[in-house]
Each structure stands twice: as structure tokens, then as C-alpha cells.
Design a protein around this ligand. Structure first.
Ligand code: DX5
Ligand code: ZN
Length: 230
């Protein structure tokens, strides 16, 4: 599967958000990741569709919008209209997940489902045929720059095996603690979309070098995996 690097704007300088978007674009980002937090589902508040809309004209890079909010179905339309190409909802917030996914797709957006560290992968089993990606949270959602939860590696590997068994060749996104120190093992475990906030926007090497480093470590891990599987 193709490696994609998705810088998360949560760690960008919010007093200069437009520049952060341009830096990610010129630095070679495949996607931009927007963290929407409501202070209820997660203990932090970020921003809404107005901010997504404001930076939309600055780049052609696809926008992945990660809804860490209660009742996400009430806001899907607004985020798609604001320019989100992909909407990720949390399984923990959606008792009617199938309906929510159909709504995202009916609006022409890519649909992904996220699970928290304590949520088992089996909660996604019945929806695998309907979604374009799964997002494994590898920290508890709410804040950037947290430590990667090591037990997630096994969870990612079990998720990839579950997808293979279901005949679904879709993205596994990983969000939380993705850095030069963890990215290789994350890719070896079976993930291909790497969401990274702190290690990109707070990197002393700068955004472009940070993206390049993550990509080269990730691609080296893909080669190792291919060789070991013959
Ligand atoms: C956390 C967010 C992440 C966050 C990751 O709740 O969903 O997207 O930006 O930050 P890092 O990469 O710093 O762990
Ligand atoms: Zn996120």
C-alpha cells in the first residue's frame, strides 16, 4: 500500500495557520489532517468548519477532517461544504455508525472510522465493507505531543489481518505519537497513512525535512516488510 504522510495542524502555529498549510503543501504532504474537538468527547476544544473553509483556497492537498465531537452527524455536511475531502468519525460517538457512513459517502467524501486505544478492533468488523479507511488512535485523543502507546503495534497488525481476511485493501491510518522513532514499527505493523503533528510542526529541522524523514523511514519499513514476506 502507498505510504501517505498527513501532517496534523493541531501542532501548527495557530497565529500563522495559513503559513503552516503552505509549508506542509510545499514540504510534500499527501494530506492535511484537521483535529476537531468539542470539549465533551475529548477534554480540549479546537476549531470548526470556518477554519477549514478559510485555509481551503491555500492548497490543493486533500483535507482529512477528524471529528472528535459528540453527535458528529450534525456537522458532517458543514465540514464537507467547508472543503473536507474525507471525514473520520469515532465509533465511540456513533450508535448509528452505518447511517453516518452512508451520509458521508452521499456527500461525496471519503469515509473513515476511528477507534480509541481502549476500543477493540472487533467494533469495526460489520462496517469494513462500507468504509475507505480505519484510524487507530495510538494516544488518547485530545492533545498533541503525547507518548505513543506501544501496545498499539499489535492492534495495528491485528487490524491489517482482519482487513485482509475481509478482502478489504483499505487505509490504516495511525494518529498519535508518530515520529522518526516510531514510524518504522508502525508501518511494519501494517499502517500506511501516517498522521503526525508534533514531529512535523514542532520539528527543529523544519516541516519539509520532517516530512521527508518520516517518508523515507516509512518507505524503508515497507521494503523490509516486502523482503521478509518474500
Ligand atoms: C490527537 C489528535 C492528533 C494529534 C496527534 O487527539 O487526533 O491528530 O495532532 O499529535 P502528535 O502527532 O503530536 O501525537
Ligand atoms: Zn487527529
Amino acid at each position: 500500500m502507498k505510504i501517505k504522510i498527513a501532517p496534523s495542524l493541531l501542532s501548527a502555529d495557530f497565529s500563522n495557520l495559513g503559513q503552516a498549510v503552505r509549508d506542509a503543501d510545499s514540504g510534500g504532504a499527501d494530506y492535511l489532517h484537521f483535529d476537531i474537538m468539542d470539549g465533551h468527547f475529548v477534554p480540549n476544544i479546537t476549531f470548526g468548519p470556518m477554519v477549514v473553509k478559510a485555509v481551503r483556497p491555500l492548497t490543493k492537498v486533500k483535507f482529512l477532517t477528524h471529528l472528535m465531537i459528540q453527535n458528529p452527524d450534525d456537522y458532517i455536511e458543514e465540514f464537507v461544504e467547508a472543503g473536507s475531502d474525507s471525514i473520520t468519525v469515532h465509533v465511540e460517538t456513533c450508535p448509528h455508525l452505518h447511517r453516518v457512513i452512508q451520509k458521508i459517502k452521499s456527500l461525496g467524501a471519503r469515509a473513515a472510522v476511528a477507534i480509541n486505544p481502549a476500543t477493540p478492533i472487533v467494533t469495526l468488523k460489520e462496517i469494513l465493507g462500507d468504509i475507505d479507511g480505519v484510524l487507530i488512535m495510538t494516544v488518547n485523543p485530545g492533545f498533541g505531543a503525547q507518548e505513543f502507546i506501544e501496545s498499539s503495534l499489535d492492534k495495528i497488525a491485528r487490524m491489517r489481518a482482519m482487513l485482509q481476511k475481509a478482502g478489504r485493501d483499505i487505509d490504516i491510518e495511525v494518529d498519535g505519537g508518530v515520529s522518526a522513532g516510531t514510524v518504522g514499527r508502525i508501518v511494519e505493523a501494517g499502517a500506511n497513512v501516517l498522521i503526525a503533528g508534533n514531529s512535523v510542526f514542532a520539528n527543529p529541522m523544519g516541516v519539509k525535512k520532517a516530512i521527508e524523514e518520516l517518508r523515507s523511514l516509512a518507505e524503508a519499513a515497507v521494503s523490509r516488510t516486502c523482503t521478509s514476506r518474500g
